[in-house]
Every structure is written in C-alpha cells, then in structure tokens.
Write a protein that binds this ligand. Structure first.
Ligand code: BES
Ligand code: ZN
Ligand code: ZN
Length: 508
C-alpha cells in the first residue's frame, strides 16, 4: 500500500473512492451535518437522502458506499462513533475499516478527506498519521501461500484541501515517517506469519543477517556449537528435541547520539511450541507457530531503530529454538545451567520461553551492560486470561521506563497494562534443587511468576517485560473483536510501541 499526501480536496481528486468520517448521530432526528455538505454535493443529494432514511448513523464500523452520479468514483462514509470519545485510535481503525470495506469492489485508489477526520481531540497531524497506519495495516494480508487472490486498495492519499493545505510540508513528513513505520510492521508480520517448517531458528538468523546487510547493522549468530562453548544451557535444552538447532542472534544498532543510552531488546523466539515432553493438547496447537512473535518483533524494532536513527544505541537479541518432544528433548526434572551460571529446575517443558530467555537476558546484561532491558515474549496463557487478546502485560522494575512505555502505548494505540512484581512471586519460583524452577505447583499469577523467574537473569539493570501472548496474533474467533487494522495471523504487536519509545527517548 502506497500512502501519499495531496494538497487538493479529496472530492475533486481522481480516485476510485473518497472517504470521510461521520460522527454518530444522537437519539433525536438530527439535521444533516453541515460538515458533509461537499460530500452530499458530490453525491447529488443521495447522501442526504440516505441520512434522512437513517441509513447513515455514524456508528463505528459502519461503511456507506455511494456511487457518484457524475461517474467520478464513490463517496464513502465511515462511522466514527460518538464525538466525545473520538481519538487518533478511532481514525486508525476507521481508515482500516474503509480499506477493508472496499475490498472486492474494484477500488484501487482511495482519497481520505483529512478535514473529515480532525476534531478538537485529534490534530491534523495525528489524524494524518492514523490514516497512514490504518490504511497500511488494515490492507495487510499474508498472501505467500495463496495461489489466487482478490485485489484490494493499493494506494491511499491524504487530501489536505483548503483547511489544511498550508500544513503540507509538515504533514508530508509525518505521513511518510508513519508509513515507513507501518511498512516495518508489515515486514515483521510477514516473518511472524511463516509456519515453523520454514521459519526455523536458522531462518530467523538469515532474516537478521539480511536486515543487518540492508541497514548496516552489526549481526552475530551463535550456533549450537558456539552455544555449547558459551554454556547457554537454556537454549540447548529447549532446542534439544528438534532437528533445527537453536540460535542466539544479536543485532547492534550504534545509536544516533553520542552520549545516548544503550537499550537491550530481547525476544522469545520459539519457532514452534509443542510443549515438548509436557506436550500441549492438539486443539489450537497450530497457533504455536506464533510463539516466535517476540523475537520477530525485535527484528522489526531494530529495523525501525535504524530507519529512524533513534537516539539510543539498541542491542537486539533473539532467543530462537524449537520446542519438540523426542529422544534428545529436555525433560521434567532436568536441571539446566543458564549462561550466567544460575541453575534452573525444569518442572514443565512447556514453560520453555523463560528458559531460552534466561540465556539471552544473562548474555546481553553481561556483554553490553545496557542502561535498560526490554523483553517481549508470548510467555504465558495466564497473560491472556488476565488481560485478554488485545492488551499486553507490562512488568517493570523501573519507573521511568514504565512511564515511557505507557506513554508510547497511548501514542500508538498498542494497549499495555502494568502488573505488580512482589516478593510473593519471587518466593514462588524458588526451587528445592536448583536456584529457580520454571513452573510452580500453584496456578495463580502465572504471568507474574514467569516475570519473577526472568528477573533472576536480568539482575539489577532497569527492566521491562512485555508478555504479548494475547495480542501477538489473532484467530478467526478473536479477530472480529479486534481493531480492523489487526488482520488474520500475526499482528507484530510491540513494534510500533517500542519503536515509538526509542524514537522519543532522549528527545524530550
Ligand atoms: N507459548 C506458551 C504461552 C502462550 C499461550 C502463548 C497461549 C500464546 C498463547 C508458553 O510457552 C506456555 O506454554 N506457557 C505455559 C506455562 C506453564 C506451563 C507454567 C502456560 O502459560 O500455560
Ligand atoms: Zn510452552
Ligand atoms: Zn511458548
């Protein structure tokens, strides 16, 4: 999807469709909104007629398509819901609804009338960015394995018109930046959606090498031999049952400012999580190809960091392994030595994410002495139970880092919710035979005992943990409740969030 900015009014431009937002009408029979006069003119009164018949109500997700009697494409109305709750996120979703609603109708180009998406609560800049996001992410589909496809919208243009024409240079810059970020999300989704036969740990290493070459980053890949020398017992144990051996992948972006901080971003990269010997039930096991989403998000975050030349130095770490049962698989009862020397009692081979992350966290802390560490992991079913499919769990040991991520969450519309980490959780992961155990006999607070486990390998470095088990991907049953810019499969959750955090770090 290309996203452009044009000074002209959307209704005078040549596009297959011109889209405008419409607020939800009240209970009383409201008069036709003056803001839609130009749209109605283009539709020669048909819009007003539809309004009067209450076919246009402005409810969210409501898409109205009218053909212009002059033959110059379509007038499209997208419901924005109540004016009181209008936000940039409303526009992001609305733009995605437009692109989706027009699919299969032979529409290739869409003009968005910017003035119809701006209000007191949403500036022209925020609206223009949100249109770019919504159009690109909403138009995304994973088509690699489809032999036939139905074409959709290929080009979206933000039209400034008289109202915003003077802001052209600022808005062009903002839209092009936002489109580049959304393109990185698309790039990330394409990797996260690959099935496990293709997206092996070595394939993730290949992707990292390709990215490093393209953007001039430093990349180091530790294979199973090197991991044995380094004593990365976690990755070797979890990857032991697979014929695709584990990899620890490290990417380095040097940073845009000299005195900048060093931020380490670590991702769980389980290319397939069968549960191992503690095998999972068959139902929905196919979803576990998305268990690499944290690591793939790290690739996207490094791509964004280098593209936008963010101020801090960023170290990306992917902990990649496949968790399968077999004669060489690790088993419940095993004791594993992690990179930093701490020992882990394995009680459940399905709690493998924290075991691979122990090596990656220990390594990056020892090797790079980062100022802060952020990890992303599809770590626990407990996260999904606690917060659902849309909101990631945040556990942070540092106030500034937590506030920075919460601010980035508000700006990007990627929801996160902070959860507590206390001595209660730390107590629960103590082991009788080793330093820590990877699972507890008590089910409660599974997201937080997992975090307490990870903390052991981060130590005192300021740290934020994002459990993205729910929001990392959608399924046919959860998708209909998700924003329209989240499509089938991987969402690449965390890329826009952490990229925004890094872009703003040291700038304010
Ligand atoms: N990959 C799963 C967590 C998961 C669940 C991700 C649902 C996405 C959707 C993880 O490795 C796992 O199996 N965790 C166990 C831990 C338990 C055995 C302590 C869980 O959450 O049940
Ligand atoms: Zn598991
Ligand atoms: Zn897992």
């Amino acid at each position: 999807m290309r996203v452009l900015v044009d000074r002209r009014d959307g209704l005078t431009a040549v596009a297959d469709a011109c889209a405008s937002g419409v607020f939800e009408r009240g209970e009383k029979a409201e008069a036709f909104p003056r803001a839609l006069a130009r749209e109605d003119e283009a539709a020669r009164g048909l819009l007003k007629a539809a309004w009067e018949k209450k076919e246009v109500r402005g409810k969210r997700k409501e898409v109205t398509v009218l053909h212009r009697p002059d033959g110059r494409g379509r007038v499209v109305l997208i419901g924005l819901g109540p004016r009181e709750s209008f936000q940039a996120e409303t526009v992001r979703r609305a733009a995605a609804e437009v692109v989706k609603g027009l699919k299969g109708r032979g529409v290739r180009t869409v003009a968005f009338r910017l003035s119809a998406f701006v209000a007191d609560s949403v500036t022209s800049e925020a609206a223009a960015r949100a249109i770019a996001d919504g159009a690109i992410l909403g138009g995304y589909e994973f088509l690699k394995y489809k032999t036939t496809t139905e074409g959709g919208v290929e080009e979206a243009t933000v039209h400034l018109g008289e109202e915003h024409g003077r802001e052209e240079s600022v808005l062009k810059k903002s839209v092009s930046e936002e489109a580049d970020l959304a393109d990185t999300v698309v790039w990330t989704r394409d990797i996260a959606n690959l099935p496990a036969d293709t997206a092996t740990p070595e394939r993730l290493a290949e992707e990292a090498r390709g990215l490093a070459k393209e953007l001039g980053l430093k990349v180091t890949v530790f294979d199973e031999k090197k991991l044995a020398e380094m004593r990365c017992g976690g990755l070797l144990a979890v990857g032991g049952g697979s014929s695709h051996p584990p990899r620890l992948i490290v990417l380095e972006y040097p940073g845009g400012s000299k005195r900048g901080r060093t931020v380490a971003v670590v991702g769980k990269g389980i290319t397939f999580d069968s549960g191992g010997i503690s095998i999972k039930p068959a139902l929905n096991m196919s979803q576990m190809k998305f268990d690499k989403s944290g690591a793939v998000a790290v690739l996207g975050i490094l791509r964004a960091a280098a593209t936008f030349k963010v101020p801090p130095r960023v170290i990306g770490v992917l902990c990649a392994a496949e968790n399968l049962p077999g004669g060489a698989a690790y088993r419940p009862g095993d004791v594993v030595r992690s990179f930093n020397g701490k020992t882990i009692e394995v009680l459940n081979t399905d709690a493998e994410g924290r075991v691979v992350l122990s090596d990656g966290l220990g390594y990056v802390v020892q090797q790079y002495h980062p100022d802060e560490v952020i990890d992303l992991a599809t770590l626990t079913g407990a996260q999904v139970t606690a917060l659902g499919d849309d909101t990631a769990g945040l556990v942070a040991t540092d106030e500034r880092l937590a506030q920075g991520l919460l601010a980035a969450s508000a700006a990007t519309g990627e929801p996160i919710w902070r959860m507590p980490l206390t001595d209660y959780h730390r107590e629960l992961v103590k082991s009788d035979v080793a330093d820590v155990r990877n699972s507890t006999e008590l089910p409660p607070a599974g997201m937080l005992t997992a975090a307490a486990f990870l903390e052991t390998f981060v130590g005192k470095t300021p740290w934020a943990h994002l459990d993205i088990a729910g929001p990392a991907y959608t399924t046919s049953s959860t998708r209909k409740y998700q924003p329209a810019y989240q499509n089938a499969g991987a969402t690449a959750f965390g890329v826009r969030l952490v990229a925004r955090y890094l872009m703003d770090l040291g700038r304010s």
